[in-house]
Design a protein around this ligand. Structure first.
Ligand code: DAT
Ligand code: MG
Length: 166
């Protein structure tokens, strides 16, 4: 079995409902390592890029509003889980996309709901396959934000403005 990394997002409903601890505890059953974590205020650009494969769907606009936190809080907890068979192990604990169809003991089955407007408030995102995981991890994290990286990196000398403590 190969060592993989998977991007996990605890979505704004998970944060507002104080489910972060429960979700991370449940995820610890995988025995995978968290190699990166941060709170992100999701921009429209990031949301649309993350879900670009769904842009033709009728639920796309609602999905973008949901992940940006229009309905809950403008925060997402982004994490990278690392270890053998990480993608499958995480998806199993997360459960299937529709919270009403997800196994009751899965995270989505336990904590998710479908709103009357048809939004799947399924509490977490988890990468679906190795290709998507690579794309998503590179979209959400810089290499220096991860303790271990699986993908090649390079050092570039750039002059940029950065925020420092005064
Ligand atoms: P997953 O998040 O399980 O990988 P996906 O990539 O197909 O599922 O879709 C991304 C998100 O879009 C999903 O978490 C919830 C939303 N979504 C998918 N199908 C939907 C549908 N039929 N109605 C409403 N929201 C949907
Ligand atoms: Mg997906």
């Amino acid at each position: 079995m190969a060592v993989e990394q998977s991007l996990i997002l605890i979505k704004p409903d998970g944060l507002v409902k104080s489910l972060t601890g429960n979700i991370i505890s449940k995820m610890s059953e995988t025995e995978l390592k968290i190699v990166g974590a941060k709170i992100v205020q999701v921009t429209k650009e990031l949301a649309e890029e993350h879900y670009h494969h769904l842009r033709e769907e009728k639920f796309f606009d609602e999905l973008i509003k949901y992940i940006m936190g229009e309905y809950h809080t403008k925060r997402v907890l982004a994490m990278v889980y690392h270890g053998e068979n990480a993608i499958k192990l995480v998806r199993k604990i997360v459960g299937v996309t529709d919270p009403e169809r997800a196994e009751p003991i899965s995270i989505r089955g336990k904590y998710g709901r479908v709103t009357r407007a048809g939004v799947f408030e399924n509490v977490v995102h988890a990468s679906e396959n190795t290709k998507e995981a690579e794309r998503e991890i590179k979209l959400w994290f810089r290499p220096d934000e991860l303790v271990y990286t699986l993908y090649p990196t390079e050092i570039k000398n750039v002059k940029i403005d950065k925020v420092f403590w005064k």
